[in-house]
Design a protein around this ligand. Structure first.
Ligand code: KDG
Ligand code: MG
Length: 410
């Protein structure tokens, strides 16, 4: 019988090396440390308080080996189920306990999840530009780095600042939507202009970069079902890997209309966090990729359940991986990506170099793929002394308004 690994300490670490991250650190009686990511962009302190005030006291004295039991305890005994705050909290505990178990086993976590099913996880990078020239430079940069899949976002003429379009800095297009200030910035939105312009961008990209490169696009919840159906149909000649979040996620039935009208593959779910959110989308095969993340969907345990269910319907994983998933969450995602059978693709939006001063990671990028590395556990170390130099800074995502001032989905 395995001897228990009794939880002695639970610390919630909030730091802002280039952006805010909420990290959970669980320590056992024997001094084994596990890390979890609970970062919820723009609502970081809500998650930190839930962990610190309501969950940490419950964990002290539990056996860290009992991952499933702890998951069920936190899910069922809270009474108030699901939702991004609760599920990010459960996720952080789950990741930290898997980290401890794998460190105690002396193995990289993917070995405990069944071992590697592939050489590495295919990732997609972000490319963006204020116009097609800038977008072209951005795509060329990503391809030169070895990427084989690229998400394209470009400003729509006449629309001003918009989702996914970064500022050009030294030949790279750094996109960091959270504004480090107490209030959001506002962006504009005009669906008609966007729908007229976007197909020409992909026509240009295919002519310029050929048929091999995998191209993706994120509509970021902006369209009505009929608009999404039209966009999917108009993009069909350009063979997208996926069209992401074409309609808001709260209305899964709306995907029926989109699906009936286009064969462009659909990815949904980065704001979703539970099996219930995905049930209809998966059972009716209304999507091709599950976009949820380890960090927001109940950890490795929660997300694996959703992926396993999706596998029965030939639906693949496509985990959310923006910079607001911390390096701990990214590492956890990569271990799962390597182990599951129905892996599709992993989003990889590199963190700013400052984040590397706090989080020391073992994952590595090669030939368009990421590998989690072979260090025991998740393969991430947290430098608390370095983190002290980067205190929490209020930061918020932008808001979107239509031309007449109406608030729209951001
Ligand atoms: O916190 C919000 C971001 O993670 C989100 O806007 C990024 O849509 C996104 C993506 O596809 O990475
Ligand atoms: Mg997205």
């Amino acid at each position: 019988m395995t001897s228990p690994a009794t939880i002695r300490a639970v610390d919630v670490l909030v730091a802002s090396p280039s952006r805010n991250f909420v990290t959970l650190r669980v320590t056992t009686d024997d001094g084994v440390v596990g890390l979890g990511d609970a970062t919820l962009n723009g609502r970081e302190l809500a998650v930190a308080s839930y962990l610190r005030d309501h969950v940490a006291p419950l964990l002290i004295g539990l056996d860290a080996h009992r991952i499933e039991d702890t998951w069920q305890l936190l899910y069922r005994s809270a009474y108030w189920r699901r939702g991004p705050v609760t599920m990010s909290v459960i996720a952080a505990v789950d990741m930290a306990l898997w980290d401890i178990k794998a460190r105690l086993a002396g193995m990289p976590l993917y070995q405990l999840l069944g071992g590697a099913s592939r050489e590495g996880a295919l990732v997609y990078a972000h490319a963006s530009g204020a116009d097609l020239d800038e977008l072209g430079d951005s795509i060329r940069g990503r391809l030169a780095e070895g990427h084989r899949a690229v998400r394209l976002q470009v400003a729509v003429p006449g629309m001003g600042a918009m989702y996914g379009v970064g500022a050009a800095t030294a030949g790279r297009y750094a996109y960091e939507p959270a504004k480090r200030a107490g209030l959001s910035v506002e962006e504009g939105w005009d669906s008609a202009r966007y729908l007229r312009y976007l197909p020409s961008v992909f026509e240009w990209a295919r002519a310029e970069f050929g048929a091999e490169v995998m191209l993706l696009h994120d509509a970021h919840h902006r369209l009505t079902p009929i608009q999404a159906a039209r966009l999917g149909r108009d993009l069909e000649p350009y063979d997208l890997f996926w069209l992401e979040d074409c309609t808001p996620a709260e209305n899964p039935e709306s995907l029926r209309l989109v699906r009936r009208n286009t064969v462009t593959p659909l990815a949904i779910g980065e704001v979703m966090n539970s099996m219930e959110d995905f049930r209809l989308l998966i059972q009716e095969q209304l999507i091709d990729y599950v976009r949820a993340s380890v960090t927001h969907a109940g950890g490795i345990t929660g997300l694996r359940r959703i992926f396993d269910f999706a596998a029965q319907y030939q639906i693949k994983s496509g985990s959310h991986g923006p910079t607001d998933i911390s390096p701990v969450g990214m590492a956890a995602a990569l271990h799962l990506d390597l182990a599951i059978h129905n892996f599709g693709i992993q989003e990889y939006m590199e963190h700013q170099p400052l984040a590397g001063e706090v989080f020391r990671t073992s994952y590595r990028f090669e030939r368009g793929m990421l590998h989690p590395g072979d260090a025991p556990g998740l393969g991430v170390e947290y430098d608390e002394a370095a983190a002290a130099r980067f205190p929490y800074t209020p930061a918020y995502l932008p808001a979107a308004r239509l031309v007449d001032g109406t608030v729209h989905d951001w």
